[in-house]
Structures are given as structure tokens and as C-alpha cells.
Design a protein around this ligand. Structure first.
Ligand code: FE2
Length: 368
């Protein structure tokens, strides 16, 4: 289903996701000590960055940048004041950032930062940034042969006494956006037109519905399948949907969840739980029926039930997945851990069980 036009916007993969947060120094500790990331780069006042501090953490091929502003008039502080700790930039690796920017803007994207080169003793990187939904952006990163710790301007951090062995997280699988009621198709069309992506999966509210809430979702994918952007919008339900709650507390659209791949989800989730990461509970009734629905898998269903890991099967294979509780006090961004055994979809068979679990959390917050 790859688009014949996709060649105008070649995407080599994910580069990094930058989160704007209230206190990046402390957030870095959370991603290191709880999630198993390692700190690889830093930029801040000591390195000539006057208005912000950024900590870069990595695990496998996953790179997160945690940034906070240092003064009330900082763009970062104003973003966090409005949206809370949230993903700001889903940055994509491209062969040519200027070409990507020019194609995007010619196709109607709004430019945020024109193509520019950054340089230091490790080489040169070209960057350019466009807007997407809400206050979010995509930066195009052409890193060529750059061999510094992250980008020019960042330095390898002085050792902070923590060298993590990781919890088995390997790569970003997909990044999901929540947009306002009635605007999903506008953003689907944006990713088709600007990025040459195609809509590979569509769920209507008839498929994603619980007693209380419903949502609609379309999954956009790059021609090479490396980048996948599901986009959700709320649908009319009896009460406030989880998407409505997100939009209220995020004060607009934004990234709902970031899915991270592992190849040993049982060990990954055992370790994350030991380190204090909270996951959505799965009703025990779910595990009464899952084996009949999904069939034979390499893992033990007892392990899945013990840890609350969900399973689903599609035409190409099966997948295992679990969702964290929200990663900050606002009920907005959360993470998914996913292990794919051939399956190329997103766990549609689990949506109903999952949403009922999210609604129990919403009810505890008084938002259902
Ligand atoms: Fe997901």
C-alpha cells in the first residue's frame, strides 16, 4: 500500500523525541533509574545554551531529549505551562533536511525553523522544523557522518554515577497523536500530502467503544513502514472519553503515547515493575478468554496474566503489549511496551479491555 508519491519525502527513521518538561534534571533521573535509559549528552548554561537545559538519554535505538526552560519568558516554560510535561518534537532522520523542509512547505506545512547547519569538532548536522497538530513540531535531522554525542552544542555529560544495563527497550514502534473531535481526517490528509504517508488501518467508533466512551483512529505510515503515526479523535460516548480527558488536560492536541519495542516483554515488564513504573491493570476476566482468541504463543500465558500483558493476533502473527499509567500528573502522555511476533497491527482486539481499564483510572480521577 505504499504511496507512489512517497519518494518526495524519504524518511530514514526516528531521530529523537524531545519532551518539554518542568524540571529536566529530575525527569532525566526518572527515565534513567526507572525506565533504564543512559544519559549520553547535555546542553545547558555551562555549554552556552542560555535559556534552557537539555538531557539526552538513550536505550537501544530510542533517543529522548528532556528539556526545561530557565526563565518564565522561555518558549519551553510557556509550552509546559499550557500543556504540562509533554512531547514537543518528534524528530525524523532524513537524507537531506533542506529538501524535506522545502517539500513539506511546498505541500502546505507551516515552517517553524528554516534549514540550518550546526557544526562542531565532531562534524555537521542539518536541521529544519515544521509544525504539526497542536503546538507540536517535526524536526528533520540530516546527521550524515556526524559523530558527536547528539548534536553540535551538546557535550557528553560528566559521569553521574549511573550506568544502566537497560530493561530491554530497543526502538520506537509508533507515536500516537490525539486531535480534536472532527479533525482526525484533516491530520490524516496532512500526513498524506506533506509526508506521502498512507492510511494503513482505520478503526471506527463501532470498533473502539465501551459502555462510556468511543474513539476513532487512523494509522498513517511511511512508505518504508519505519514511521507509524496513529491519530485518534474522540467520538460521542455516554460520558467523557479518554481522548476528551487528554484534550482537556493537555489544553489541545498532542502526543498521547509513545510505543517502545522489546524482544523480551516478560523480562522488560518485570524489571520496570521492580523499578516502580506503574501499568494499567487488566481485568482478570481478560485472561480467561485471551488464549482462546490468540492461540499458541512462545510465552507463557501465566506470565502474561501475572504481569498484566495483553496479547492480540492478526493475519501476520501476534503481538504482546502493555500500557503504563500516565507519566506525569496531568492525565496525558503515557508509554506502551510492545513485542511483535510478525503482527503489523496495533492490538485492536485489546482496545475494549484496555479502554475499560483506562476508564477505571479516569473514574478514580473524577473525570468519567
Ligand atoms: Fe499504541
Amino acid at each position: 500500500m505504499s504511496s507512489p508519491d512517497a519518494d518526495f519525502m524519504p524518511l530514514d527513521g526516528w531521530d529523537h523525541i524531545e519532551l518539554f518538561v518542568g524540571n529536566a534534571k529530575q525527569a532525566a533521573f526518572f527515565y534513567e533509574h526507572a525506565f533504564g535509559f543512559n544519559r549520553v549528552a547535555y546542553a545547558g548554561p555551562e555549554t552556552g545554551s542560555r535559556d534552557r537545559a537539555s538531557y539526552v538519554v538513550e536505550q537501544g535505538d530510542i533517543r529522548l531529549v528532556l528539556t526545561s526552560g530557565l526563565r518564565s519568558d522561555s518558549d519551553v516554560v510557556q509550552f509546559v505551562s499550557r500543556h504540562g510535561d509533554a512531547a514537543r518534537d518528534v524528530a525524523l532522520q532524513v537524507p537531506d533536511a533542506a529538501a524535506a523542509y522545502e517539500q513539506a512547505v511546498a505541500r502546505g506545512a507551516v515552517g517553524v525553523r528554516k534549514p540550518h547547519w550546526l557544526e562542531d569538532e565532531h562534524g555537521r548536522v542539518e536541521l529544519a522544523t515544521i509544525r504539526t497538530y497542536g503546538d507540536n513540531v517535526h524536526t528533520f535531522v540530516a546527521r550524515g557522518a556526524y559523530n558527536g554525542p547528539f548534536l553540535p552544542g551538546y557535550v557528553a555529560p560528566s559521569h553521574n554515577g549511573h550506568r544502566d544495563t537497560g530493561v530491554g527497550l530497543l526502538a520506537i514502534d509508533h507515536v500516537v497523536g490525539n486531535v480534536e473531535l472532527g479533525r482526525m481526517n484533516e491530520w490524516v490528509e496532512f500526513y498524506e500530502r506533506v509526508f506521502g504517508m498512507t492510511n494503513i488501518i482505520h478503526f471506527g467508533d463501532d470498533q473502539i467503544q465501551t459502555e462510556y466512551s468511543a474513539l476513532m483512529s487512523k494509522v498513517m505510515a511511511s512508505g518504508n513502514g519505519k514511521i507509524k503515526f496513529p491519530i485518534n479523535e474522540p467520538a460521542e460516548g455516554k460520558r467523557k472519553s479518554q481522548i476528551d480527558e487528554y484534550l482537556e488536560f493537555s489544553e489541545g492536541p498532542g502526543v498521547q503515547h509513545i510505543a517502545l519495542q522489546t524482544t523480551d516483554i516478560v523480562r522488560t515488564i518485570e524489571t520496570l515493575k521492580e523499578r516502580g513504573i506503574g501499568f494499567l491493570d487488566t481485568p482478570s476476566t481478560y485472561f480467561d478468554e485471551v488464549e482462546g482468541r490468540v492461540g499458541e504463543i512462545e510465552e507463557s500465558y501465566d506470565d502474561l496474566a501475572r504481569l498484566g500483558i495483553l496479547a492480540d493476533r492478526d493475519d501476520d502473527g501476534y503481538l504482546l503489549q502493555i500500557f503504563t499509567k500516565t507519566a506525569q500528573d496531568r492525565p496525558t502522555l503515557f508509554f506502551e511496551v510492545i513485542e511483535r511476533h510478525g503482527a503489523t497491527t496495533f492490538g485492536e482486539g485489546n482496545f475494549k479491555a484496555l479502554f475499560e481499564s483506562i476508564e477505571r483510572e479516569q473514574a478514580l480521577r473524577g473525570n468519567l
